[in-house]
Design a protein around this ligand. Structure first.
Ligand code: G2I
Length: 440
């Protein structure tokens, strides 16, 4: 049996719900020691709910008749994503002929079991029906917007969050949009899709969803960040960013994950981990799952985590055994680590290895320079790397020790708390510097 010392915060909250006498009676009648297993959430959804988050899974409609599958899914998860059933090829197999049969089965199963639904996905270069693959230009743009409108309207009021646009950026170091028939209709296709989705279902949160956007220093991450920042500044209706989080040895969980999540959240969007799976086994896999949970819990706008399937055997890459239950439905070590990390919570006293996040805000501006305010949360022992843009250079700083004058600056505490500032000479660039935080 696992034991864990309850923090004061947890103990107080638990006893607020279950009286000490009741708890003692329960423990005595069960004849077992009081451990976290009794006090904490005993399923993923219950443990995540302690901090107001959801824990979800992808569901395949053709598995809803498998009771071993639905038993686990129903017990552990309170958010459901249709793995394939709401994609473009599934919902509009012929132009303007919509088929919602399997998507509806998943929504119906979710709702009858008290779960919420993530919609996946309205516009994507992949899994397009044949008729759409052959289209281009304004005809494709219209067909795409019609698809967004029709599908979002069909599910109006039933979707927690929609992945409005999926995987629109290229891999590698270019930071460019992915070439696709949709991209070739014009760079504004993404914002057009978001506007159509908002009009069709004003109450769904509208997300941009992608993979390989986990490491803050990767060009693709920066490119998506810049798009979201641009959308927020121009009033394009975006509410959330989905991080697919498909990890393996070639694409490991980055140590700066909380920084990525925190910096996106600081733009004023929710962040969600939408398709989590981690190739591997044993302690290594379990520790990576724990890291992901801790990163999400460190960011208040990280509102939930979904894994991409129930059992390893249900995974799109089952050979990688990337999920939380084995093929027989047994809980893996990764499950235990995930559950414990959720139960440990994210707002207690800082622990070694916990992250910090930094938010960057533009302040006063003059013709040649501007002020930047930075605020660190999550730790009081931090180091912030500030990336100046272009030829920008440092004029001045306050409330932190700042070294460097151009390129990457380093800031550390100087006894004046967690908020500090710099003045930056523009030297031709008014772009806001970016910053990452690490604990020391
Ligand atoms: O590739 C993993 C995921 C990456 N992010 C977007 C997700 O939508 C994507 O999910 C996967 C599904 O897990 C697979 O199940 O997307 C694949 C392609 O859409 C899905 O694979 C497809 C196969 O390509 C089809 O041949 C098959 O008919 O699954 C279909 C249903 O089993």
């Amino acid at each position: 049996m696992m034991t864990r010392t309850l923090t004061p915060r947890r103990r107080g909250r638990t006893l607020g719900v279950v009286s000490l006498a009741t708890l003692t009676a329960l423990v005595l009648s069960a004849g077992i020691a009081a451990t976290s297993a009794q006090a904490a959430g005993s399923t993923l959804q219950a443990a995540a709910a302690e901090s107001g988050r959801y824990f979800g899974t992808a569901i395949a409609a053709n598995k809803l008749s498998d009771t071993a599958y639905t038993t686990i899914a129903n017990r552990e998860f309170n958010m459901v994503t249709a793995e394939n059933e709401m994609k473009l090829d599934a919902t509009e197999p012929n132009q303007n002929q919509f088929n919602f049969t399997n998507g509806d089965r998943i929504v119906s199963w979710a709702r009858s079991n008290g779960k919420q639904v993530r919609g996946h996905t309205l516009a994507w270069h992949s899994q397009q029906p044949g008729w759409m693959q052959n289209m281009s230009g304004s005809a494709l743009r219209s067909a795409m917007l019609n698809h967004v409108t029709q599908v979002a309207t069909h599910y109006r009021g039933q979707i927690h969050s929609w992945d409005v646009v999926n995987e629109a950026f290229a891999d590698g170091s270019s930071g460019a949009r992915r070439d696709s028939n949709l991209q070739r209709t014009g760079n504004d296709w993404i914002e057009a899709a978001f506007r159509a989705a908002r009009a069709a279902d004003p109450n769904a949160k509208l997300c941009y969803n992608d993979y390989n956007t986990d490491n803050w220093s990767h060009a693709k991450t920066q490119a998506v960040y810049n798009m979201v920042r641009d959308f927020k500044s121009r009033g394009v209706p975006i509410d959330c960013v989905g991080f697919q989080a498909h990890f393996n040895s070639g694409n490991p969980v980055p140590s700066n994950y909380h920084t990525t999540l925190g910096n996106f959240a600081a733009l004023g969007v929710d962040v969600q981990i939408t398709e989590l799976d981690i190739a591997g086994s044993g302690t290594s896999q379990a520790e990576q799952y724990r890291g992901i949970v801790q990163a999400c819990l460190a960011v208040s706008r990280c509102t939930g985590i979904s894994v991409w399937g129930v059992r390893d055997s249900d995974s799109w890459r089952s050979g990688d055994t990337p999920l939380l239950f084995d093929g027989n439905g047994n809980k893996k070590l990764a499950y235990n680590y995930t559950l414990d990390a959720l139960n440990a919570g994210g707002t207690g006293n800082p622990q070694p290895g916990d992250g910090c996040t930094v938010t960057v805000t533009r302040a006063e501006e003059w013709s040649d320079r501007f002020n930047v305010s930075l605020a660190v949360s999550g730790s009081s022992t931090w180091r912030v790397a500030i990336q100046l843009q272009g030829a920008q250079s440092l004029q001045n700083s306050w409330n932190a020790t700042v070294s460097g004058t151009s390129g990457t600056l380093t800031a550390t505490p100087n006894g004046n708390g967690n908020s500090f500032g710099i003045t930056v000479y523009k030297n031709g660039s008014t772009t806001l510097p970016t910053a990452t935080c690490s604990t020391t």
